[in-house]
Design a protein around this ligand. Sequence first.
Ligand code: NAP
Length: 274
Amino acid sequence: MTDQYAVIGNPVEHSLSPGIHAQFARATGQDIAYGRILAPRDGFRAAVAAFRAAAGKGLNVTLPFKHEAWRLAAVRSGFALGAGAVNTLAFEGERIVGHNTDGVGLVRDLTHNLRIVVRGKRVLLMGAGGASYGVMEPLLREQPATMVVANRTLEKAIELVGHFEQLQSRAQQGIAARAYAGLSGSEFDIVINATSAGLEGAMPALPEGVFAAGALAYDMVYARRTPFLEFARARGARVADGIGMLVEQAAESFFLWRGVRPETEPVIRLLRQN
Ligand code: NAP
């Protein structure tokens, strides 16, 4: 019988995950079906239970359910444990196992696809939502010089930095929370936009002068020209959108479910053509 997987979220119709997993399955010869589940905002657990009852094997979890998925998982693997957010659920018999592959996906896109060395670099992470929680630990493992987290609602950035305080020493000069206005006079080598501002055609209130010479500007939002990437390009930064991260996090989920690692480069190339 074909094993069933899906992405669950609200909204979910825009998700590219079904197409990505269909290509992975074709390329690796895995017999899976991968669909979309639109769950009511107050109906995540019921939708997961219905999917499991129909012999579903695993789910990718997207907005706004990543924290709820973390709470639902009886077992949380490596990065999911510290992140407090889960984007991949695996149903292993009676057990629900939660993983977070967002950070692995981002770091793999940065280091493997874009050939960026994070170690020793000054990193600015914008946003303090689920995506930022997911990428903090894998980014800190790369040992940047500094990691500054900026957010429109400063309290949330402070809370996030507090959450990862025990990992503080992984960044050579520590981690810190700032308001956007507080970034004036600081330069960064890698500026990551983990806010959803680009979806509304907006960008965080970045001051001038944050991009060091040769800086990379990375927007997790994909498949559109975001104001942040336009802003960065106009200031001489190298730019990248979140397509690579999307495909890499999907590949990691596929690997966790199927034990087979699909090639990502052909899928990234195809998505960029569309
Ligand atoms: P979230 O939990 O809803 O958090 C949204 C964040 O964006 C918050 O920090 C919020 O700030 C900030 N924000 C929203 N509008 C803003 C604006 N106009 N100006 C400044 N800040 C703004 O969302 P999330 O789960 O972290 O996801 C964030 C984005 O990353 C989404 O667009 C998602 O699609 C993308 N993402 C991409 C991938 C990928 O594979 N490429 C993976 C994960 C996520 P406040 O706290 O002040 O409200």
